[in-house]
Design a binder for this molecule. Structure first.
Ligand code: SAH
Length: 345
């Protein structure tokens, strides 16, 4: 069975090279070309392991699409714009963006759609919803020109390093074997610890700090490009601006939190996004950055309430209102999810 072989492969990797840093474990579990979680392409929606905002309601993508088109108008309607989505999942968000912006004169003619997606199975699903998209393995491969970028629940899937302060010293969390079981271990901090802000390092014993160099790298690539060639990025995800100092690394399967080590490759592994760290990179590049807004406030300020009313008038009103609540209510996705808007203009 695939599960056994993948776990066996991880155990052998640990035998050969020692404990796997949490970031390496996360990377392997999510993106292993054969057994990685995202390779199965079955994650999203009510039948999957978790549901994302675009899968809750078309209203989400419509508001995001109109926000991007509004920025394009403010930019003076440039041509040859790369409309980029990082980690498009089933392609639902972009399909909603395309439909909502089709009424903005000239917008769709001015953009070409590029998807950065690691999973061949998900690329297939994206193709069925957005046939004219182009697929890229890396953000760096997207043709030159102004860029409008959106990333919903992408950064939370990028690997993190986790550090714990024990007494006066820091340790890094790793995954090792105990007989035939995977278990957590602590090892001396690796180079990712250099990204930890000085103030964090002086924290109380017991403090946990999570750092995602992969996220910082993607943010730096976006920042360079926006600075050189103009455009904007909308980053939407669950996360924080003040570090929680507790672990946010988690595993989700069938809408439940599960043990992240129990069945590698079978659960979604994520961590909350450090929006302050991303914002620092964009600000250092001189881009107009933020503020980091709560998703509920962001969508409401851009008219999702009126959109819900219009939809409710011609569809199942109770359903539309329940979906709206799910997107914006602070007890649902409204507060935990944040939006960071970055622009060159
Ligand atoms: N944006 C979608 C899906 C979020 S799940 C939605 O909101 O529904 C994360 C997505 O990012 C998946 O499509 C996954 O395959 C992709 N992904 C994760 N890590 C990636 C990486 N390193 N490079 C490219 N795509 C990645």
């Amino acid at each position: 069975m695939t599960l056994d072989t993948f776990k066996t492969r991880l155990l052998r990797r640990i035998d050969a090279g020692g404990p796997l840093l949490l970031a390496d474990y996360m990377q392997a579990c999510l993106l292993d070309p054969k057994d990685g979680y995202y390779m199965r392409g079955e994650a999203f929606g009510a039948d999957g392991d978790f549901i994302t905002a675009p899968e809750v309601s078309q209203m989400f993508g419509e508001i995001i699409g109109l926000s991007l088109a509004d920025i394009w108008l403010q930019m003076g309607q440039p041509r040859d714009v790369a409309l980029v989505e990082l980690g498009p999942g089933r392609g639902t968000l972009m399909a909603d963006i395309v439909r909502a912006t089709s009424r903005i004169d000239g917008f769709l003619d001015a953009v070409s759609i590029h998807f950065v997606e690691a999973s061949p199975a998900l690329r297939q699903q994206q193709k069925s919803r957005v046939p004219h998209a182009q697929w890229r393995s890396r953000l760096e491969d997207i043709p030159q020109g102004p860029m409008l970028l959106v990333a919903n629940e992408f950064f939370d899937a990028l690997p993190i390093h986790q550090f714990v302060k024990t007494g006066e010293t820091w340790a890094e969390v790793a995954v090792t074997r105990d007989d035939d079981t995977l278990t957590f271990a602590k090892v001396p901090p690796g180079p990712a610890f250099l990204h930890a802000p000085e103030a964090e390092r002086r924290a109380e014993p017991g403090t946990v700090v999570e750092i995602s160099p992969a996220s910082l790298n993607v943010a730096a690539t976006i920042a360079d490009r926006l600075k050189d060639q103009g455009g904007a990025a909308l980053i939407i995800d669950y996360g924080y601006t003040a570090p929680p100092h507790t672990p946010t690394f988690q595993a989700l399967a069938n809408h439940q939190m599960v043990d992240p080590l129990a069945a590698p490759g079978c659960a979604d592994l994520t961590a909350h996004v450090d929006f302050a760290a991303l914002a620092r990179i964009f600000m250092a590049a001189g881009l107009k950055t933020g503020p980091v807004e709560e998703q509920g406030a962001y969508l409401m300020a851009r008219g999702v309430g009126a959109r819900a009313q219009a939809l409710a008038a011609k569809a199942d009103a109770a359903r539309v209102l329940a979906d709206l609540k799910r997107l914006v209510d602070p007890t649902e996705m409204g507060s935990l999810f944040k939006v960071l808007e970055v622009r060159s203009i």
